[in-house]
Design a protein around this ligand. Structure first.
Ligand code: HEC
Length: 201
């Protein structure tokens, strides 16, 4: 019996193998030899212990394999590419420029789209750049975004212009307070791309 337990643990036998052995030793053999009830109980007890040891041994192996998988995935995640704050800012710059030409053309649907792109990028900054101390100040842009959003929804050109000036000033205020005052944002002179039509259709 002890040899069977030792064999199972060392060689990690399949459970059906174990059952066949148990069936032979404890059901067929005892009947043939007419072993006492006491002996049968003893063997059944040993069988249960074997199962428990087998299960524990197997469980330990599974846990180790799962941990190795988690470690490898964590490693991949840590080394995967994440855009930096500067890249997100360049993206905001693009939508800030397009927003101006959309508003100038009273293309309110496009203007609304550009505002949402800026909002999405701000949400990404909060999610992907939490380690940058400057990100704590990002909320200062919210009132300017709300103001230009109202102008666009009401289709008010003069309110759009005032709100755009406020938005641009807010960009620069944050650059100044985060020691990036050399990044100066202004109202754009010409559309960023020649392949996009800003006129309302
Ligand atoms: C949190 C305050 C904050 C606000 C609000 C903010 N910026 Fe920035 N911006 C920064 C910081 C910090 C950097 C420097 C990022 C870096 O280290 O690469 C930056 C960099 C930039 C850059 C230079 C990117 C490059 O790599 O060339 C541009 C362009 C820019 N911002 C545009 C804007 C515009 C447009 C707005 C407003 C719509 C704006 N930013 C609002 C903090 C801010």
């Amino acid at each position: 019996m002890f040899y069977t337990m030792f064999f199972l643990i060392r060689h990690r036998c399949h459970i059906s193998d174990l059952f066949q052995r148990w069936f032979f030793i404890f059901v067929i053999t005892p009947r043939r030899l007419e072993r006492s009830t006491c002996q049968r109980m003893k063997y059944t007890f040993l069988f249960i212990i074997t199962i428990v040891l087998f299960a524990c041994n197997n469980h330990g192996t599974d846990t180790k394999m799962l941990q190795a998988d988690i470690d490898s995935l964590q490693n991949k995640l840590d080394n995967s590419y994440k855009p930096g704050l500067g890249e997100f800012m360049s993206n905001i710059q693009l939508h800030h420029t397009k927003l101006w030409f959309a508003g100038q053309n009273q293309n309110w649907k496009l203007a609304d789209f550009e505002i949402n792109e800026i909002k999405e990028t701000i949400a990404n900054i909060k999610e992907y750049c939490p380690d940058r101390v400057e990100v704590k100040s990002i909320g200062i842009i919210d009132p300017a975004i709300d103001s230009i959003s109202n102008a666009v929804h009401s289709g008010n050109s003069s309110q759009f212009k005032n709100s755009y000036v406020l938005l641009t000033t807010t960009c620069n205020n944050c650059h100044q307070s985060t020691e990036h005052s050399f990044n100066v944002i202004k109202i754009p002179d010409s559309p960023p791309f020649s392949d996009q039509d800003f006129k309302k259709k």
